[in-house]
Design a protein around this ligand. Structure first.
Ligand code: NAP
Length: 248
């Protein structure tokens, strides 16, 4: 069966690393992105250079209509989806809760939580035996922040990732008998651009001494966990969380 994967937010960081590894493992790859078309095109070009199949679609996961269009474009280009990685995620500038306004919190939750729910809905409608599908696998990107809370930095982001943890637990039970496995990867502190969007590009190096392994992680190390959970090697694994965090 043709392996077809959609990775939201696949233009940069962890999503791009998942895209490259998925292509190496024989998936036809669709990545979505928000604004950075040049980065998305570069991921697609690199995959095609190695004779892989790839496409990029601009779609804001905070907008339901964009998600519906994104999934239809995957259907049309590649056929029925077999894997979804709910990777697109954002944080905002470091702040205390008493400094946050509702627009900021709504943006975080619209992207990280509601976007993941609606993508999961579209994937289940295609994969579930209940809808005539042949099964599939979903990996949701959470964060160690969901259990640490990120005080003084972004409690809103941490809380959005706690919602992802619970989405994974509940959805995994709903669809376990319908051929779909749902798991969570919970990265620690990984070298990507996300820390710059929080206002501190060097954050990984500032906090790395607090990590048992004394270093930040690399997107490729997260990608390997994601691809394992999607693979048949993880055929009896659902509803679980895999920490990729250099220790607890
Ligand atoms: P990143 O480097 O900032 O990349 C974010 C990606 O998401 C980009 O491809 C971006 O597209 C896309 N994106 C952002 N908002 C979007 C939206 N509304 N709709 C569609 N795509 C959107 O992030 P990252 O560090 O790789 O993080 C990936 C995931 O891992 C996130 O869920 C994050 O919370 C989680 N995570 C990261 C870390 C870490 O330390 N890096 C730790 C724990 C968890 P554009 O390129 O177009 O902007």
């Amino acid at each position: 069966m043709k392996k077809i994967i959609l990775i939201t937010g696949g233009s940069r960081g962890i999503g791009a690393a998942v895209a490259h590894l998925a292509a190496e493992q024989g998936y036809a790859v669709c990545i979505s992105y928000l604004h950075n078309q040049a980065a998305a095109d570069a991921v697609v070009a690199a995959i095609r250079l190695k004779n892989g199949e790839a496409m990029a679609v601009q779609a804001d996961v905070a907008l339901e209509d964009d998600i519906v269009r994104l999934f239809k474009q995957v259907d049309a280009a590649f056929g029925p989806l077999t894997a979804l990685v709910n990777n697109a995620g954002v944080l905002a500038g470091q702040a205390r809760v008493d400094e946050m306004d509702s627009a900021r919190i709504q943006r975080i939750f619209a992207t990280n939580v509601i976007g993941s729910f609606i993508c999961a809905r579209e994937a289940v409608r295609r994969m579930s035996t209940r809808y005539g599908g042949t099964g599939g696998a979903i990996v949701n990107l959470s964060s160690r922040a969901s259990r640490l809370g990120s005080p003084g930095e972004y409690v809103d982001y941490a809380a959005s990732k706690a919602a992802i943890d619970t989405l994974s637990i509940g959805l995994s039970k709903e669809v376990a008998a319908e051929g779909i496995r749902v798991n969570t990867v919970s990265p620690g502190i990984i070298y990507t651009d996300i820390h710059a969007s929080g206002g501190e590009p060097q954050r990984v190096d500032r906090v790395k001494e607090t990590i048992p392994m004394k270093r930040g992680g690399y997107p490729e190390e997260v990608a390997r966990a994601v691809l394992w959970l999607l693979s048949d090697e993880a055929s009896y694994t659902t509803g679980t969380t895999l920490d990729v965090a250099g220790g607890r």
